[in-house]
Design a protein around this ligand. Structure first.
Ligand code: TXA
Ligand code: MG
Length: 337
């Protein structure tokens, strides 16, 4: 009989952060809190460590990772900043924005971390535990969301443990993530800036700094493999723009006009509060008591765009999809937790 090794879960104090930093430097996997969602961190300079992330997540290896730095200056060793990138970094870092920029050929980051692309996604998170960990580790840290591929992103240490216990060395517990949806991903590797993924910083705020963004998928197949059409998927069907539950359904409400909601993302209709609650409430309703999850309409402005994006993916039935990145590489049930 073998017992799976347990993953250590520790509150994100100084000693635990030092231990986590040492594990990262030794090539091990550590989950840590960011202001958006929990990340599954590994040494971004090591192909072996990047490969270990893909293995732990069951992630298709073509999917490139975001590399995290303690400051924009440190990111400058790995990618080339232009004026637009500098303006956005000044405005929104540290924070919930990721920039896709041209890789430096002499940079330190593993090619596997960016799935062989000549661009690299970089981010400077604002969560104090993430910043302390990145400073203590002293290496760039590749970190996708700390869930099995295509399952719901984790916003608490307990969510991470549900998906990855026994598969990673340590989980730093920093409490619930305050933003609750992943970072906004902006592609600046080409002339026209594009919104690859709506997220924790509203696209409108970004456009106020660098002008209009092209829509994701403009001009053909989505460039960001995280845009697999089925993603962030709960185990039961999701019905959008619902006014009420049908018999047997859970009802995830939004705003004051959702009486009888099983849970309400924000009874007052605050999109920020709704984003922070979104993944945790989807997890809570994704259980056998219900035949499906009905969800109130969510306004398509500000953080509502990120929530609607995640909902549209969650509502896509399992199976092959026209939008999936690579023919024959749809997200199959075996990639789900
Ligand atoms: O908030 C977040 O961004 C979290 C925390 C942990 O930082 N991370 C996260 O990582 O959501 P992940 O791996 O789940 O999503 C990364 C997204 C994917 O959509 C991926 O395709 C895209 O960024 N991406 C990464 N590198 C890219 C590149 N070089 N070109 C285009 N898209 C890229
Ligand atoms: Mg993810």
């Amino acid at each position: 009989m073998t017992t799976a090794p347990q993953t250590k879960i520790a509150a994100a104090g100084d000693a635990a952060i030092d231990e986590a930093a040492a594990l990262l430097r030794a090539g091990r996997l550590v989950a840590f809190p960011t202001e958006t969602v929990y990340g599954l961190g590994a040494d971004a300079t090591s192909d072996e460590a990047a490969a270990a992330i893909f293995a732990a997540k069951n992630r298709p290896t073509f999917n490139p990772l975001i590399v995290h730095f303690p400051a924009a200056e440190a990111a400058g060793a790995a990618v080339v900043f232009d004026d637009r990138a500098r303006a956005l970094a000044d405005a929104f870092w540290p924070g919930a924005m990721t920039l896709v920029l041209p890789r430096r050929s002499d940079g330190p980051v593993s090619l596997l971390a960016s799935a062989g692309l000549d661009s690299l996604a970089v981010r400077v998170p604002s969560h104090p535990a993430a910043r302390a960990l990145l400073r203590a580790a002293g290496i760039p840290v590749a970190a996708p969301s700390a869930n099995r591929s295509s399952s719901i992103s984790p916003t608490t240490a307990a969510h991470v443990a549900e998906d990855l216990n026994g598969r990673i060395a340590m989980i730093l517990d920093g409490g619930p993530c305050p933003v609750g949806v992943e970072s906004t991903v902006i592609d600046l590797s080409t002339e026209t800036p594009a919104l690859l993924r709506p997220g924790g910083i509203a696209a409108e705020e970004i456009e106020a700094v660098i002008g209009p963004l092209a829509a994701p998928g403009d001009g053909g197949a989505p460039k960001s493999p995280g845009m697999l059409s089925r993603h962030y998927a709960p185990g039961r069907p999701v019905r959008l723009n619902a006014e009420a539950a049908e018999p047997g359904e859970a009802f995830l409400g939004f705003g004051p006009g959702a009486p009888g909601a099983t849970l309400n993302l924000s009874p007052s209709g605050d999109l920020k509060e709704a984003a922070a609650n979104f993944f945790a409430m989807m997890r809570e309703l994704d259980r056998d008591d219900y035949i499906g999850i009905a969800v109130s309409p969510i306004p398509r402005t500000g953080l509502g765009r990120a929530i609607n994006d995640r909902l549209a993916r969650a509502a896509t039935p399992a199976g092959p999809h026209a939008n999936d990145v690579s023919p024959g590489e749809n997200v199959s049930t075996e990639e789900k937790a």
